[in-house]
Design a protein around this ligand. Structure first.
Ligand code: PAF
Length: 272
């Protein structure tokens, strides 16, 4: 892949990449469309990255279907699919990691220690291998996106990060490969995430600025769903991810909720 990428760059081709863990859905396809418009050569990486899963997380169970993914990539006009195996990505004695130290301790980083170290490391490796001019990441993973933007800034990667909007199912559930784990009734329960964010938006539109009031309304809505267990509801500055007590400027309302055993995340930008 690296040799191919270097040859493409020598020919002056603009290379775009959409890093994924596969089991592609419409959210990924929308990122591919964004990238397709901006590059000559579109690369999709498909790699379920062991380094970003905790010991008790769903690495083994994470859904995989390479044949289907490959078909979807073909239909989407992808030029190259980079599909490495874990042994070729990580030497058995790999000992160098990329650790972001400011934005990674909150939100998902607080409940998934080491997760963003795994993400930053694999994304840095993908950038070195694929040598993209641009890379598209989805806004559903709001914290991941900001951490990658910070990594690119702080380590001078010559890569433009493009943000892709959240894509939702027709009933509003944010698309995620993990939605696959939900039973029919859990699928309905999962709507509590976007309902809570919608309540937050309405409250802010009505003039509420106190984060404790807004999060209490969100919390009680989610707690009314028997199968839902809140991991976090947080309001953070859009840029620094510092916790906010009031809605001022650009604030990201972010939440993680377990529906049964499935941990789902969603977020909304609140701007006043
Ligand atoms: O968002 C994801 O699917 C993953 O975290 C990423 C960016 C592909 C790194 O493994």
């Amino acid at each position: 892949m690296q040799h191919r990428a270097m040859a493409l760059k020598r020919k002056g081709q603009v290379v775009g990449v959409v890093p994924t863990m596969g089991f592609l859905h419409e959210g990924h396809l929308s990122l591919m469309r964004i990238a397709r418009q901006r590059c000559d050569v579109l690369v999709i990486s498909i790699f379920v990255n062991p380094a970003q899963f905790g010991a008790n997380e769903d690495l083994e169970a994470y859904p995989r279907d390479f044949e289907r993914d490959e078909r979807l990539c073909r239909q989407a006009g992808v030029d190259l699919v980079f599909y490495p195996d874990p042994a070729s990505m990580y030497a058995a004695d790999a000992s160098v990691w990329v650790d972001e130290e400011s934005l990674s301790g909150v939100l998902c980083g607080a409940s998934r220690p080491g997760h963003f170290r795994g993400v930053c490391t694999v994304v840095a490796k993908l950038f070195n291998i694929v040598q993209p001019d641009l890379a598209v990441f989805g806004e559903k993973d709001a914290q991941q996106l900001r951490i990658i933007e910070r990594m690119v800034r702080d380590l001078n990667f010559p890569v433009t990060i493009v943000r892709g909007p959240i894509v939702r199912e027709t009933d509003g559930l944010a698309m995620s490969s993990r939605n696959r784990y939900l039973s029919v009734s859990q699928r309905k329960d999962a709507l509590c995430l976007q309902n809570a964010l919608a309540q937050a938006r309405v409250l802010v539109q009505e003039g509420e600025r106190d984060v404790s009031v807004i999060s209490e309304v969100m919390r009680s809505g989610i707690e009314a769903v028997p199968d839902a267990q809140i991991d976090y509801i947080e309001f953070v500055d859009d840029d620094t991810l510092a916790p906010m007590e009031r809605i001022e400027g650009r604030v990201v309302a972010a939440l993680a909720v377990r529906i049964g055993a499935t941990r789902l995340i969603d977020n909304a930008l609140l701007e006043v």
